[in-house]
Write a protein that binds this ligand. Structure first.
Ligand SMILES: *Cc1c(COP(=O)(O)O)cnc(C)c1O
Length: 378
């Protein structure tokens, strides 16, 4: 195949894992062949915790094997009962973390412009069974942290943010992980920053470090004392080494995403029927996602038609988040997705477009052309 042909058939996925230069990773892991200490809170694990606290501007942080276990372990550490108010407009992980902790999710609807919890509906959902709120900073858009904080204080609730989309974001000069009682980050390959798989909990009270340390290691307190039913959520040294390498490049990588993201905006911002992501005040964003919401009654074609047209050209957009979690088969007949009409509405119309630092701007233009060609008079 000549180069031209190769390019013409090149598939573009919705995202692509960032890797450091190969030599850099090899150098980083070389010492592991000397120490043979490849997991169980090793040197690289501990160093990465320190580096991430500094980078994310949080006081406390505990690394985890992935973002999902960060959510599960943080919830378990809070020792909750009853109901947790959350959003259905999220990845499976958020809701599953609640249910797998034997807690009951109570679904609150979302805002139409930033897709985070509609806090005006929050207070109505609080009962004497409510023990926590688990909001999601969707696509890196941050929740109304002030109002959530106010309500949590008023009713004595814990707040755990799903911060999987917000690596390296700052709000009013504060690290995003410093809001609420705790925040769970994901360092999965598909996220802005990765440790292959990985995650972390950032939190407020220092005592939680020991709780999480035990919980992620089977609840073991000492060699002859296991006093908590923990799990195994330890980040290993190869993951931590990837994290140390990728952290050296993450700022440069986010800067490249910014250029890609702005190119989408330039192409699509005046297309009637296409809603672009909001630009939030006082937020340093990370350009994690490029969501569009397609209103067929104005644009003339549907979200699914755009998805199909892109797929036909080898371009993988993603219906993210669709379906919403309160309509999953595993929860059949338990929840009513009609009770969160905005989340339901958005989930049927949203599409996230490909973005990663090295995505060629010509490809961005091509993706936008394919979309714009589907505009029809209505
Ligand atoms: C990715 C993601 C998770 C889970 O993180 P993993 O590292 O894949 O386990 C949780 N919540 C949201 C919103 C996510 O996007």
């Amino acid at each position: 195949m000549n180069d031209k042909k190769k390019n013409a058939t090149k598939k573009i996925l919705v995202t692509r894992a960032t890797l450091p230069p190969m030599e850099e990773y090899i150098e980083e892991i070389a010492s592991l062949w000397e120490s043979h200490h490849i997991t169980n809170m090793g040197k690289k694990h501990n160093l990465l915790e320190e580096k991430l606290k500094e980078y994310l501007r949080v006081d406390q942080l505990s690394l985890m094997v992935n973002g999902h276990m960060a959510l599960e372990m943080a919830l378990q550490a809070f020792n909750l009962r009853g109901e947790v108010i959350t959003t259905p407009f999220t990845f499976a992980s958020t809701t599953h973390a609640i249910v797998r902790n034997n807690l009951t999710p109570v679904f609150c609807d979302i805002n139409k412009d930033d897709f985070t919890l509609d806090v005006s509906q929050l207070e109505n959902l609080i009962t004497d069974r409510t023990s926590a709120i688990l909001p999601v900073h969707v696509y890196g858009n941050i929740c109304d942290v002030d109002e959530i904080d106010r309500l949590a204080k008023k009713y004595g609730l814990k707040v755990l943010y799903d911060a999987a989309h917000t690596f390296g974001e700052f709000y009013r000069d504060r690290g995003i992980g410093s809001f609420g009682d705790a925040s769970a980050f994901s360092f999965h390959a598909t996220k802005v920053y990765n440790t292959i798989e990985g995650g972390a909990v950032s939190f407020k009270v220092p005592e939680m470090y020991v709780d999480l340390y035990r919980l992620k290691n089977f609840g073991i307190r000492g060699p002859e004392n296991v006093d908590w039913v923990g799990g195994n959520a330890k980040m290993n040294e190869f993951q931590a080494a990837m994290g140390l390498c990728n952290l050296r490049h993450v700022e440069e990588h986010i800067a490249k995403r910014k250029i890609v993201s702005e190119r989408y905006r330039d192409n699509l911002e005046n297309i009637a029927g296409i809603q672009l992501n909001i630009v939030q005040k006082d937020l340093v964003p990370n350009y994690a996602y490029v969501p569009i919401v397609v209103d067929e009654s104005i644009f003339g074609s549907s979200r699914n038609e755009i998805f199909q047209a892109l797929a036909a050209e080898g371009i993988g957009a993603r219906k993210y988040f669709y379906p919403i979690t309160n309509s999953y088969n595993c929860f059949y007949n338990k929840y009513d997705s009609n009770a969160t009409p905005t989340a339901l509405y958005i989930s049927k119309r949203v599409l996230t477009l490909p973005i990663y630092g090295d995505l060629d701007l010509k490809e961005v233009d091509r993706i936008c052309r394919i979309i714009i060609q589907l505009k029809k008079a209505v």
